[in-house]
Design a protein around this ligand. Structure first.
Ligand code: ZN
Ligand code: ZN
Length: 139
């Protein structure tokens, strides 16, 4: 089983994920834009028990997702980088692919919340786009 690892910018926070993600998503919601300083967050979704913090202790910022359930953002209190968000309604972590050491080992399979995207957003080719969250995705 493959194990990938990643870290924040300063290295105080390190994590690993095991196996393949259940989904790989470009999320263009307003919250993701704010947190990334970009048009989207590239999240690889891993079941809760496949994500592990291996070094350091993340600071946690909790907000309500579109579902009304908590989203717990895990970020480094030193450099400010968010490495993952726990999506409590789906029992998974949305791991920031940009923080993986091998970010190119994953590609997006869908784009969501594109109705919230800025006019200058860039979309991946050949990937389905959804204005909001597709049904039954639980996030
Ligand atoms: Zn850091
Ligand atoms: Zn989002």
């Amino acid at each position: 089983m493959s194990v990938r690892s990643g870290s924040c910018a300063c290295g105080e926070l390190k994590y690993s994920v095991e196996g393949e993600p259940i989904n790989t998503v470009f999320c263009y919601c307003k919250e993701c834009q704010t947190h990334t300083g970009s048009d989207k967050w590239f999240g690889a979704w891993f079941p809760k028990d496949k994500f592990k913090i291996t070094t350091g202790s993340p600071s946690i910022y909790t907000r309500k997702g579109a579902s009304g359930k908590d989203m717990n953002h895990l970020f480094c209190s030193h450099c400010g980088v968010m490495v993952a968000a726990e999506v409590t309604i789906g029992s998974f972590y949305s791991v920031g692919v940009s923080t993986l050491h091998e970010a190119s080992s994953l590609a997006p399979s869908m784009a969501i919340y594109t109705a919230s995207a800025p006019s200058w957003a860039v979309y991946p080719e050949d990937v389905p786009k959804f204005d909001i969250l597709p049904p039954n995705m639980g996030a």
